[in-house]
Design a protein around this ligand. Structure first.
Ligand code: UGA
Length: 445
């Protein structure tokens, strides 16, 4: 549609950097992705994608072969390449829960060390409000040290990708948040996103701090919905109601809606837990005690123990028991186990002297990486295999293939017909008729 191709550099080939790079290359831009990890760069240059994300493999391979997407460890060449420089490196939580900005600072310093002409430096990583100012100061200091002064702008352009649907989210975004402090930067980013805006303009241009806060605000609203539902499920259990009936009835109110009101065994992943803690920490730094933010996290931590407590209440002593676990990833369609409820469950089971037979369609490799070989963990090749001779079967992640298993076969395979359904994917009455002891989340009725 007439927009010129842009030269783009992306620092960080993690989840966000890689998806962003591949999608921007797909529409014709020339993208260089830079990472300090030489093995990763070599692997990606071969078109070998180290993370599981539907469609990403083909997108990376296609664009690498077309010459639009390259990977390098050469930061100087990368700074020379892109008029637009994205920072998409990790921002892990430090001990206090605040986002650790050391990698963001290193990239800003690198850009300042090598840039010789105008650069627009854009933070894509989830960073605390005020980080753009720090990026600017870091670049300025590096330029001053070289005694040069090419112009540059900083901008905030947070990403809203969901794992498992990241490419779709990038190509057809609900909105593109652009935080800038001048028109030049705004124009560059509008041009960059024009190809993804054909049906309607999704760009929302605002000041930098509002853009930075928008990222946290979106995730925190969603995390709050989930924790609220989980708290209602706890109450539901105790008063003898079925939270699934309650959910469908309240979701019909458009103001509440059906999204993100599924009760479960707690939220995990690389975003919600970290972002709730990081905004809490920012808030405290600015002198405000955030009562709700702390509660979102507290409820979630309690909820992640619900599956274990259910088993304990059923069996009393869990020592010597074998528990089947269906689902290890923090949600379906990913192999990501960061802060996954499966980990809380398995670690509590091991502590109590039980062993685990687990199956996940994508995450068993990740589980092996995290836990290594241990006698009390069998990583199985199929769902049915993970149910063999177990005292109870726990559904932790709602992968499609767990939805309608052969219950007759399950019952013959299992040592005891006990199912703990951490995602409410089964019909309690049906399972009870089939002879199972069934426990869901908030479904006492
Ligand atoms: C989340 C946001 O949804 C994205 O918009 C955002 O861009 C991303 O974080 C990010 O900051 O990078 P993601 O962490 O991939 O995406 O996963 P979600 O699909 O949001 O699920 C988060 C957790 O909430 C999962 O553990 C899921 O099982 C849980 N959840 C979700 C529920 O327990 N109930 C629900 O109704 C919905």
């Amino acid at each position: 549609n007439g927009w010129p191709l842009l030269r783009i550099t992306i620092f960080g080939t993690g989840y966000v950097g890689l998806v962003t790079g591949a999608c921007l290359a797909e529409t014709g831009n020339h993208v260089v992705c830079v990472d300090i990890d030489a093995d990763r760069v070599a692997q990606l240059s071969r078109g070998d994608v180290p993370i599981y994300e539907p469609g990403l493999d083909a997108l990376v391979t296609g664009n690498v072969n077309a010459g639009r997407l390259t990977f390098t460890t050469d930061a100087e060449a990368a700074v020379a390449h892109g008029r637009l420089q994205f920072i998409a490196v990790g921002t892990p939580s430090d001990e206090s829960g605040a986002a650790d900005l050391q990698y963001v600072r290193q990239v800003a310093d690198t850009i300042g060390r090598y840039m010789t002409e105008y650069r627009l430096v854009i933070t894509k990583s989830t960073v605390p409000v005020g980080t753009a100012d720090e990026v600017r100061a870091t670049i300025r200091a590096a330029l001053d040290a070289r005694d040069v002064s090419p112009e540059f702008d900083v901008a905030s352009n947070p990403e809203f990708l969901k794992e498992g649907a990241a490419i779709e989210d990038f190509m057809k975004p609900d909105r593109v948040v652009i935080g800038v402090d001048n028109e030049r930067a705004a124009d560059h980013l509008r041009a960059l996103y024009a190809p993804y805006n054909r049906s309607r303009d999704r760009c929302m241009v605002m000041d930098i701090r509002s853009a930075e806060l928008t990222k946290y605000a979106a995730n925190i609203m969603l995390a709050a919905k989930v924790s609220m539902m989980n708290e209602l499920a706890q109450i539901s259990d105790r008063v003898g109601a079925d939270i699934e009936r309650v959910r469908t009835a309240i979701g019909a109110d458009h103001r509440i809606g059906y999204h993100f009101i599924y009760p479960g065994c707690g939220f995990g992943g690389s975003c919600f837990p970290k972002d709730v803690r990081a905004l809490g920490s920012t808030s405290k730094q600015h002198g405000y005690e955030p009562a709700l933010l702390d509660a979102i996290e507290g409820v979630n931590m309690r909820q992640k123990r619900v599956l274990f407590e259910r088993l304990q209440a059923h069996f009393g002593d869990l020592a010597g028991r074998t528990i089947g676990v269906w689902g290890l990833a923090f949600k379906p369609n990913t192999d990501d186990m960061r802060e996954a409820p499966s980990r809380t469950l398995m670690e509590a089971l091991w502590e109590a002297g039980a062993s685990v037979r687990a199956f996940d369609p994508e995450a068993t490799g990740e589980a092996r990486r995290i836990y290594g070989d241990r006698a009390d963990l069998a990583l199985c090749d199929s769902a049915l295999d993970a149910a063999r001779d177990v005292d109870a079967l726990v559904v932790v992640t709602e992968w499609h293939i767990f939805r309608s298993p052969d219950f007759d076969e399950l019952k013959t395979l299992m040592a005891q017909p006990v199912i703990v359904d951490g995602r409410n994917i089964y019909e309690p009455d049906y399972l009870r008729r089939e002879g199972f002891t069934y426990y869901g989340i908030g479904r006492a009725a």
